[in-house]
Write a protein that binds this ligand. Structure first.
Ligand SMILES: Cc1cc2nc3c(=O)[nH]c(=O)nc-3n(C[C@H](O)[C@H](O)[C@H](O)COP(=O)(O)O)c2cc1C
Length: 211
């Protein structure tokens, strides 16, 4: 299984945050061409990349209750979905900004089925999946951990969505899926709970509106 060094993330996008907010929409169709490794790098960095170190702790791109960082990030690549990656599953290692391949075969059809057959997952060249180890947050916040972890997934999804907008990529957050099937397909350990799928891909050249 491969380890892939991702390109250095670029913290200076081409669009203002305000413009990205103004034009953002859930877009469920994609051009047929593959996404680039730069796109993958930029989106994974926006999701959970390390932005700075505070008191010896690697702080990530999205806020986390008590910096407990319960989220794990998995990338699924469809056949011919990314010019530089095999169709497969990868774990994002934010500390090194690398991908660790965790599966040898494509699993795109299985992920689509687990997402209730939704076209947006089937047609996407790649999907970022978020899963949580809620116990990491529960140890510090016994009464509110579930709430905090779900809030955190929302922060991450919005970061990804806005960077997609900045790069003229399409995405749509997907929360409708079979937990058990997604857990199986993504080979999540028992302590991880799947939370969100973020399929993405290039914007069709003819798309002008927000469909
Ligand atoms: C928690 C959550 C789960 C969602 N799940 C799905 C989904 O499974 N499939 C889908 O097509 N859209 C899904 N969406 C996208 C919503 O349908 C979309 O955000 C809503 O229609 C508002 O449109 P907008 O995002 O373009 O503003 C989800 C959005 C959220 C916030």
């Amino acid at each position: 299984m491969d380890t892939i060094e991702l390109p250095e993330p670029d913290p200076d996008g081409q669009l203002s945050v305000e413009r990205a907010i103004a034009t953002r929409a859930s877009r469920r169709t994609f051009a047929s061409d593959p996404v680039t490794l730069e796109d993958v790098s930029q989106l994974l960095w926006a999701a959970q990349g390390i932005t700075h170190v505070r008191s010896g702790v690697r702080m990530r791109a999205a806020p986390s209750a008590g910096a407990t960082y319960p989220l794990e990030t998995v990338l699924e690549v469809a056949p011919d979905g990314c010019e530089a990656l095999e169709a497969s599953l990868y774990r994002y290692e934010q500390a090194t900004h690398r991908l660790e391949q965790i599966h040898a075969e494509p699993c795109h059809d299985e992920l689509t089925a687990a997402a209730l057959g939704q076209d947006v997952v089937r047609d996407a060249p790649a999907t970022i999946a978020l899963a949580a180890n809620v116990d990491r947050t529960r140890r510090q916040y016994p009464a509110h951990a579930d709430r905090y972890v779900h809030m955190e997934a929302g922060h991450v999804a919005e970061n990804v969505h806005l960077v997609c907008e900045s790069r003229e990529l399409n995405t749509c957050p997907v929360g409708a899926f079979s937990d058990d099937e997604v857990r199986d397909v993504l080979e999540l350990s028992d302590d991880l709970e799947p939370l969100y799928l973020l399929p993405f891909g290039n914007r069709p050249p003819t798309q002008s509106g927000r469909d």
